[in-house]
Write a protein that binds this ligand. Structure first.
Ligand code: HEM
Length: 519
């Protein structure tokens, strides 16, 4: 019900209702009757019966202890009995699709009065449409699924398919040809990596790391090898169903025995006597979306070295959930292959040349992780900006403490630097062929990812200090901080651990050193 339809009361009238059996408070110009609720109040009844609260304006006290969303829950909304005469609510949640006005909580290009050489009209339109879709559809599903641990709802997956978002998340390319992207907001020819960056960064705003990965993260890394290296027949069988959200795919490389060291893999593929099949045996570990995948893009040890195969779920394939720091929404799996028969036609790329299949995939995967890390750090900046300005300690807002300002300064600088570098790299990607990207940008992207995830971890640690006990509590004010802090290391491991990436970047730089360079 709109507040204008409520009864009106003067502040003097409200003040009279200040006893345990007749208990009213004002929060942001709205009058609540808490007489019956007080015994159910999770914070206890005594907090409500305090003489500064009962019958009084409790706005400041309320927002020092609760997130705004508490007041919007239907069971609590009902407690409102009226509004204060002549006053209007001052604290409004953002409408679906709206841009936050909290400083540094949006990338610079989205702020009014700021400019960007990279983002054009179609990018702005796509951002707006994505923001609304995420707020309206993804956000509520993400909160519910992270809580119950089920995979993202099929209705969301289908909605994404309808808008061709699964195809768009694979980046620009031939696979977009003939598709109507997000109801035609952007044409397949126009679609570039900045459009993809926008999609990734908007999805991250749901604030639930497991859900983000559950939402077809496996497809983003598992389908490109099929698209780029699969036979036309294999592509015709697999790609349409995956992009329509009817089938699920994942990338299965890491194992209990080996992670970054792909030549140390133990999963074997040996040819059957008639040469028609590969026989696959082994295990895979930490495979995102593996619990519900229909297809597994799998790295195997073969006679000639390392080969990538597309394995279909069937006899001999078993998947079990692994309990990780986030919920089972992401479908993280331990997979066993027990004498699995795979047609040789499912070989991706040349036999023994699997390393090229993988390397060509890594840059995109790492870049996607940089996009999401940059945006999730910004969410933390927004949480901290709000908390430190609304929370009072020693009679003053928390932000009045120099040590807090110093932490926020670090967070903002790190977030802005990651985004700025990311946009520069993205611009290079837009202007280089896929192969050229692999040669020239592998080092840059590796460094960027290492830098982004180190920044993210520092920001997570600082945010916990800023939020105190609430930063380690799964409900209430610090719930996003707690979640971020316990899941932030995912980004620093997926697609290559930080040290491995830093080393890769330096080794690539050394290879390009001019022979005549001397001090
Ligand atoms: C419409 C009025 C109110 C509702 C619906 C409400 C609801 C809640 C809920 C759901 C919680 C659990 C924590 C969370 O999920 O955020 C909570 C905690 C709490 N509430 Fe309220 N509350 C109301 C008003 C107040 C007021 C006026 C005070 C006065 C100081 C207060 C003091 C507290 C305290 C001290 C906690 C514990 C916070 C913590 O554990 O950090 N509440 N309340």
């Amino acid at each position: 019900m709109a507040s204008t339809e409520h009864k009106t009361f003067t502040r003097e009238e409200v003040e009279k209702h200040n006893t345990p059996d007749d208990l009213w408070v004002i929060i942001d110009s709205k009058v609540y009757n808490l007489s019956r609720f007080k015994d159910l109040h999770p914070g206890g009844s005594s907090a409500l019966l305090d003489e500064d609260i009962a019958g009084q304006d409790a706005t400041e006290a309320f927002f020092g202890l609760h997130r705004h969303e508490v007041l919007l829950r239907p069971q609590y909304k009902r407690l409102q009995i009226g509004v204060v005469e002549g006053e209007e609510e001052q604290i409004k949640p953002l409408a679906y699709g709206e841009i936050s006005k909290v400083p540094y909580s949006e990338p610079t290009w989205l702020n009014e009065g700021f400019h960007s050489p990279y983002f054009k009209e179609s990018h702005r339109k796509l951002q707006k449409a994505m923001r609304t879709l995420v707020d309206e559809t993804f956000y509520p599903d993400a909160q519910a699924r992270e809580a119950d641990g089920k995979r993202p709802s099929q209705s969301v997956v289908e909605k994404m398919a309808e808008l061709e978002l699964h195809a768009m998340r694979l980046g620009p390319g031939k696979h977009l040809k003939g598709r109507k992207l997000f109801n035609g907001i952007v044409t397949p020819e126009e679609f570039d990596y900045f459009h993809e960056l926008i999609i990734t960064q908007e999805v991250v705003r749901v604030g639930q790391r497991g859900y983000g990965d559950g939402l077809m993260g496996g497809q983003v890394i598992g389908l490109p090898p099929v698209l780029n290296f699969g036979s036309p027949e294999l592509k015709a069988k697999v790609v349409p169903d995956v992009l329509a959200g009817k089938k699920f795919i994942c990338l299965a490389i890491s194992e209990a025995q080996a992670g970054s060291d792909v030549f140390g893999l133990h999963t074997t593929a040996t040819k059957s006597e008639d040469g028609k099949f590969w026989i696959v045996n082994g295990n895979k570990k930490w495979i995102t979306n593996g619990t519900f995948a229909d297809y597994f893009t799998t790295g195997c040890k073969t006679e000639d070295g390392f080969t990538v195969l597309l394995i279909e779920r069937g006899e001999g394939v078993e998947t079990k959930p692994i309990k990780t720091s986030y919920s089972s929404t992401a479908g993280t799996a331990y997979i066993t292959f027990d004498n699995v028969k795979v047609p040789v036609e499912n070989t991706l790329g040349e036999e023994g040349a699997g390393i090229y299949v993988m390397l060509s995939n890594f840059n995109h995967e790492r870049w996607v992780l940089c996009c999401s890390s940059a945006r999730s750090q910004r969410m933390i900046v927004e949480e901290c900006m709000k908390w430190t300005t609304q929370r009072k300690v020693f009679g003053k807002p928390l932000i009045n403490q120099p040590v807090i300002r110093s932490k926020i300064a670090g967070m903002i600088s790190r977030t802005e630097s990651v985004q700025a570098w990311l946009e520069t790299v993205t611009y290079q990607m837009c202007n280089m062929a896929y192969k050229e990207q692999a040669q020239k940008l592998a080092g840059q992207i590796a460094f960027l990812k290492m830098y982004a995830t180190r920044c993210a971890q520092q920001t997570a640690q600082d945010a916990v200090q800023v939020f105190g006990g609430r930063g380690i509590t799964q409900t209430g004010m610090g719930r996003f901080i707690e979640h971020y802090h316990h899941t932030v290391t995912f980004d620093s491991l997926l697609g290559g651990a930080e040290d491995v990436l830093g080393d890769l970047g330096v080794r690539q730089a050394v290879r390009s050193m001019p022979k005549d360079a001397r001090l």
